[in-house]
Design a protein around this ligand. Structure first.
Ligand SMILES: [Ca+2]
Length: 243
């Protein structure tokens, strides 16, 4: 009996030791977890302190990039405009004006405003027809040329489509020039449309028409207004490739 009693004491003692060891283990684990949590907090604070200023810098960099992109776009637009001007100048440099002083005729003469006034190089003089049905002005270039462009200068001093309109503020609107067909061709029977101008124009306006659609060789240039109207222009300039 004494032996059994001793064994019970030993068992209780061992259990007590096991419980104590488990308690120590749990305590140490909790302490370890607290340390890990503290480390995590510390790392989090470090990350926030580092990334905080960086995120602000990124915003500023993004803003700067947007500003730079806008500036580059503006500069690109300016460069495109410059390139177009340079290209146009190069194209013009290859062209030669061929209408000056050439033979002309028009559907009728209004007083002494002859057709020749449209190719005399003077913007203060103008050709002028009567009030004709489909009035026209024609330039005979003498030979065939590869016409690329035709410039028309409306007269600077006249006229409105309602010249006798007293209530109108002005009768010098220049809008008689409208619904204009600009045709070119090697003969009167072979005329091709270079351009159509709906208008109306304004006094002194400089109109430019490209004849890229029809680059055939042509000797005649004709302006025709569709309808009953006066046709009056200060100057017609015809540009052809300089062969
Ligand atoms: Ca003239």
């Amino acid at each position: 009996m004494c032996f059994v009693k001793d064994m019970n004491y030993i068992s209780v003692f061992i259990n007590a030791i096991v419980v104590a060891l488990m308690a120590i283990y749990v305590y140490q684990n909790e302490k370890r977890m607290e340390e890990i949590a503290a480390k995590h907090n510390q790392i989090g604070n470090i990350i926030i302190s580092v990334l905080g200023p960086k995120s602000l810098s990124l915003e500023r960099m993004e803003s700067k990039l947007n500003e730079t992109s806008a500036i580059l776009n503006r500069h690109n637009g300016i460069l495109q405009d410059i390139l177009e001007v340079v290209q146009r100048d190069q194209n013009i440099a290859q062209l030669r004006e061929i209408a000056y002083g050439k033979q002309t005729r028009q559907s009728s003469d209004y007083g002494k405003a002859y057709a020749s006034a449209s190719v005399d190089g003077n913007l203060d003089t103008a050709s002028h027809t009567e009030l004709d049905e489909s009035p026209y002005l024609e330039v005979d270039l003498g030979n065939e040329f590869q016409i690329k462009r035709i410039d028309i200068f409306n007269r600077k001093d006249c006229c409105d489509v309602k010249p006798n309109c007293i209530l109108c503020l002005s009768n010098i609107a220049g809008d008689r020039l409208h619904d204009l067909d600009i045709t070119i061709g090697p003969s009167h029977n072979q005329m091709y449309l270079c351009a159509h101008y709906k208008g109306p124009s304004r006094i002194g306006e400089h109109l430019v028409f490209e004849c890229n659609q029809n680059t055939k060789y042509a000797r005649y240039v004709r302006l025709t207004i569709k309808g009953r109207e006066y046709l009056s222009v200060a100057e017609v300039k015809v540009y052809a490739l300089d062969d």
